[in-house]
Design a protein around this ligand. Structure first.
Ligand code: FES
Length: 267
C-alpha cells in the first residue's frame, strides 16, 4: 500500500483503545488506536455495508455489528464469513501530532485519487464522525459490496434426478437454491442440517427440512426458504414440504464443503 498522505485527524482525537470515523476524499474511514499504533480501514463491511466502526475489536479483528464478519484492521482482510472480500485498508503515519493516511492506494478496490507524490501531505479537509453517527454524505466509492443478488431461479433449474425420493435426492435438488449473497448453493454452504421423509396416506412423501442461515439476521432467509419449498414441491411424489429454521447449533464456516470453499476462494 502507498499513496498520497492526507491528514485524517489529530492523534489526540483517537485515544488509545479508541476509534474515530473520518471522511476523507468522500470515503468514510475508521481510525483505530491500538496501544499508540494507528490503523485505518474503510468503515464498510464488504458483506452488506455494515459499519465496522461500531463493531467490537479484539486482537486486531473488528467484528461487523450486523452479521459478525471479522476484518483484520491491519490489512482490511476478511477473516470470517459471511464476508469474503477485504475492505479497504490504508497506510498510516503520525507527523507533528497528526494522523496521516495514504489515500490513493487502499489494499482493496478503493478508487485512486490525484497523483501528489507519496509522502507529500495533501490539503484534504477531513470531516470527523462519531461511530454510529449518520455520515453527512453517502459513502460513495467505498460501497464495494455487491448490491445486486443472483436470485435462485428454481423455474429455470434442471429437473431433479428422477427415481425414488431419498435424502440424497432431496439434497441434490436443494443444490438448485443459491445463496444470493455468496452465490453458492445452500447444500454446499452447509445450511441443511436435516432431511426427513414421511409417507403420507395417499402414497406420497412429505419432506421436512431443518435449515440454518449464515447469520441470525440473514436478509436472504425468507427467499432461501421459499425457493427450497418451490424446488422440493416440484419433485415427483411429494405431497408437501416444511422448512424449519434452526439456529442452534449456529452455522460456522467449517460446515462448507470443499466445493464451496473453492468457489469462495477460501483455503
Ligand atoms: S453486513 Fe457485515 S457481516 Fe453482514
Amino acid at each position: 500500500m502507498s499513496g498520497t498522505y492526507v491528514k485524517a485527524a489529530r492523534a489526540d482525537e483517537v485515544p488509545a483503545g479508541g476509534r474515530l470515523v473520518v471522511e476523507v476524499d468522500e470515503r468514510l474511514i475508521v481510525l483505530f488506536n491500538v496501544s499508540g499504533q494507528f490503523y485505518a480501514i474503510d468503515d464498510v463491511c464488504t458483506h452488506d455495508d455494515g459499519p465496522l466502526s461500531e463493531g467490537e475489536l479484539k486482537d486486531y479483528a473488528v467484528a461487523c455489528p450486523r452479521h459478525g464478519a471479522k476484518f483484520d484492521i491491519r490489512s482490511g482482510g476478511a477473516l470470517t464469513m459471511p464476508a469474503t472480500r477485504a475492505t479497504g485498508a490504508y497506510d498510516v503515519k503520525v507527523e507533528n501530532g497528526d494522523v496521516l493516511i495514504a489515500i490513493g492506494a487502499a489494499s482493496s478496490a478503493a478508487e485512486t485519487t490525484n497523483a501528489t507524490p507519496v509522502g507529500q501531505v495533501a490539503a484534504a479537509a477531513p470531516t470527523v464522525h462519531q461511530p454510529g453517527q449518520e455520515p453527512a454524505t453517502a459513502a460513495g466509492p467505498i460501497a464495494t459490496a455487491p448490491s445486486g443478488v443472483a436470485p435462485s431461479d428454481p423455474a429455470a433449474a434442471p429437473e431433479a434426478a428422477a427415481g425414488p425420493l431419498s435424502e440424497d435426492s432431496v439434497r441434490e435438488a436443494l443444490k438448485q437454491v443459491i445463496d444470493p449473497e455468496l452465490f453458492v448453493n445452500i447444500v454446499d454452504l452447509g445450511l441443511i442440517y436435516g432431511v426427513t421423509l414421511s409417507d403420507t396416506p395417499d402414497g406420497q412423501s412429505f419432506i421436512g427440512i431443518d435449515m440454518t442461515m449464515t447469520s441470525p439476521a440473514c436478509p436472504a432467509g425468507p427467499q432461501l426458504i421459499q425457493n427450497s419449498k418451490d424446488v422440493l414441491g416440484r419433485l415427483p411424489g411429494v405431497s408437501g414440504v416444511d422448512v424449519k429454521l434452526v439456529m442452534i447449533p449456529p452455522w460456522t464456516p467449517d460446515r462448507m464443503t470443499e466445493a464451496a470453499r473453492d468457489q469462495l476462494g477460501i483455503f
